[in-house]
Design a protein around this ligand. Structure first.
Ligand code: ZN
Length: 647
């Protein structure tokens, strides 16, 4: 059939050419198909009635969370949405791939639904005449193993995020949709959450009716081994550590660790001068199974850290800025939120242009508060800053990609591994963003001769509406205006010069003005040592240019343009032998040290996906780890003042 049509067209063209027949009317080409059904845009009006949301989280073997919703509804068309754009991840990372078993009934009759072909998070249906509510059932299929995603449910603990456990009606701001939640947990498990009004029997808990906005922002951490510690005894706005752990022994907190966590609360109050919660809960998981990472909320935070976080601070110290970072977000990110990032519901796209404030300044205050609270010593904090600074001092991707452009990274790549991260850049608005704020802080201190600092910016930007947790949005101009009120200067040009150009040196002016300079030596950096120890790997980034697993020499990353890069190594290669000696990270260290005094290349035997190969690395610079040291040319050390506890 196709051949025949083709032949007919050929004939037609021939005739046209000969001028022996009518001109062939070529098709103008396809036109777009009819658009998909409309999804009602969110409006700021109350949703009639209250949704009942019941979460059954007892199936810890199969890691299936069963959800039952009773949704008040009127006869006619309705679109139900599953959250797609998640606050805190700033990206369309809603877990629609883990959503299953959708069944909707009204008055006992099945209601047909159809998924929107464009927005696959939307489900269209028609509520039958005479029905006043819908019964909605579905399951959330939490990852059953490492190959399926980050663990959320283990035999001893679970991380429940209501934003992944609700369908909600389109056409309303989420702050206008009221929900009454209840949760069924495995018997005898305890839990922590910022949700109010918990009541009920063991294992089955009902909470007070709240808005979907607050519910979605209020995760529940539950576990077999649980402890709750008061971080601000007697306070009108209580702050607690709610901890779940793999083993009961990991819940034991040393008095000095408790004191440091309590000092964090007081130092934050001194810095920000107000708070934006009526109570706050750090939801902490100490686990070898649930992956590291934090997620901010207004009245709580998810803080997933090492199982020995409390019991071996010397080992876990690299992650001790996690809680200060997530806590700072209650002010920066949740209360003050970029105007283009705030959305009225979870299916309107977010724009991430101001993440260098949202995440960059949070990273800055997180580290400053870690030091001020005594959660790390000053030397440990200097080592941490040295690690960050050295990363940007050696980041080839800065040559082509402006920092501003990296604010889209969560949307471009929601934290999947990438082959050449140092060339592509990744979420640099966090740490390079923090360097911009160090630059601004030291500049304000210098220009005001020590009278003012970025602390004054924090107080003026974040201390509005004490106690309120209604988000207040801001623009770039608002940031500039507040900086100018603290210290008159051309802050717009200052910020754009650090955000928009590509190429050039990393922004290290703040470090110099702070009285320090970056140096490299063969002494290990304490923070890098802690990270390597916890992650069972060794970092040779600043010498040979790679990081490798201690156990088998598998390369985890290669620095673009480094000696390892030039020798053709990539992540995923496995180092079998170094100068003929079987892989051992200590052997590599000794080999690098020895190579500083000779002219011979370092020989590696490397296993790739399909062959073994021998490569030679031309490197004679010795072992190198980053450190900060006092800069003799800089008279004052304002970085010392920045890191000192506020009185
Ligand atoms: Zn953050």
């Amino acid at each position: 059939m196709k051949r025949l049509i083709y032949h007919n067209i050929s004939v037609g063209l021939c005739l046209t050419t000969l001028g022996a027949g009518p001109a062939f009317a070529a098709s103008p080409g396809p036109v777009p198909a009819a658009t998909a059904p409309t999804i009602p845009a969110p409006e700021d009006r109350p949703y009639p009635g209250t949704i009942q949301l019941s979460i059954d989280a007892r199936d810890i073997d199969r890691k299936v969370v069963r959800v039952h919703e009773v949704v008040p509804a009127e006869a006619g068309d309705l679109t139900l949405l599953y959250p797609k754009w998640l606050p805190g991840t700033h990206a369309p990372e809603g877990a629609i791939d883990r959503f299953a078993g959708l069944e909707i009934t009204a008055n006992g009759q099945k209601v047909a639904w159809v998924r929107d072909p464009v927005d696959v998070y939307a489900f269209h249906l028609t509520v039958p005449a005479g029905a006043a509510k819908l019964e909605v059932n579905f399951q959330y299929l939490s990852p059953v193993g490492d190959d399926f995603g980050d663990a959320e449910i283990t035999s001893n603990m679970m991380v429940l995020e209501p934003i992944r456990l609700a369908l909600y009606p389109a056409g309303y701001f989420v702050r206008q949709i009221m929900v009454t939640p209840d949760v069924t947990l495995p018997p005898d498990w305890q839990f922590g959450t910022a949700l109010d009004g918990a009541s009920g029997s063991v294992g089955h808990i009902s909470f007070k009716t709240t808005s979907l906005e607050t519910l979605a922002d209020s995760p529940i951490f539950a576990g077999r081994y649980f402890s709750r510690l008061d971080l601000d005894p007697g306070a009108a706005a209580p702050v607690h550590l709610d901890i779940v752990a793999d083993r009961p022994s990991e819940l034991e907190i040393r008095p000095e660790a408790l004191a440091a966590h309590r000092a964090l609360i007081q130092q934050a109050y001194k810095l920000f001068g107000a708070h934006h919660y009526d109570h706050y809960d750090f939801l902490v998981s100490l686990s070898d199974t649930v992956p590291l990472g934090g997620l901010e909320h207004h009245r709580s935070s998810e803080d997933n850290t090492y199982s020995d976080y409390l019991t071996d601070a010397a080992k876990s110290i690299s992650d001790w800025d996690l809680l200060p970072h997530e806590y700072t977000h209650s002010w920066n990110g949740k209360f003050r939120r970029p105007a283009d990032l705030w959305t009225p519901n979870y299916d309107v796209p977010m724009r991430d242009s101001l993440l260098w404030v949202y995440e960059g300044q949070t990273e800055y205050w997180g580290k400053v508060l870690t030091a001020r609270a005594g959660m790390r010593t000053k030397q440990q904090e200097l080592d941490d800053i040295a690690f960050q600074v050295a990363t940007y001092d050696n980041l080839p991707g800065r040559a082509w990609r402006p920092l501003q452009d990296t604010t889209s990274d969560e949307i471009i790549n929601p934290r999947r591994p990438s082959s050449w991260r140092s060339w592509q850049r990744f979420e640099d608005y966090y740490d390079e963003g923090a360097l911009i704020w160090l630059d601004a802080d030291t500049l304000i201190r210098e220009m005001s001769k020590g009278a003012r600092s970025l602390d004054d910016f924090a107080k003026s930007f974040f201390s509005i509406d004490n106690g309120s947790f209604v988000p207040m949005t801001y623009t770039f101009d608002d940031v500039v205006k507040t900086l100018n009120a603290v210290q008159p200067y051309d802050w717009a040009t200052f910020l754009r010069a650090r955000l928009d150009p590509s190429g050039g040196k990393a922004p290290l002016d703040g470090l110099k003005r702070g009285g320090y300079r970056l140096v490299y030596s063969d002494t290990e950096n304490e923070i890098v040592k802690s990270m390597d120890g916890e992650r069972k790997r060794t970092t040779f980034t600043w010498s040979l240019g790679f990081v490798a697993a201690n156990k088998d020499g598998e390369i985890k990353s290669v620095l673009w343009d480094s000696p390892a890069f030039k020798a053709g190594l990539t992540a995923g290669n496995q180092i079998v032998a170094v100068n003929g000696i079987p892989w051992d990270p200590d052997v590599v260290k000794e080999t690098i040290k020895a190579s500083a005094g000779n002219k011979d290349p370092i020989e590696l035997i490397v296993k790739t996906t399909d062959r073994y190969k021998v490569v030679h690395l031309e490197y004679h610079g010795g072992l190198r780890y980053p450190h900060l040291e006092r800069d003799p040319e800089a008279p004052a050390a304002s970085l010392d003042a920045i890191l000192e506890a506020r009185k």
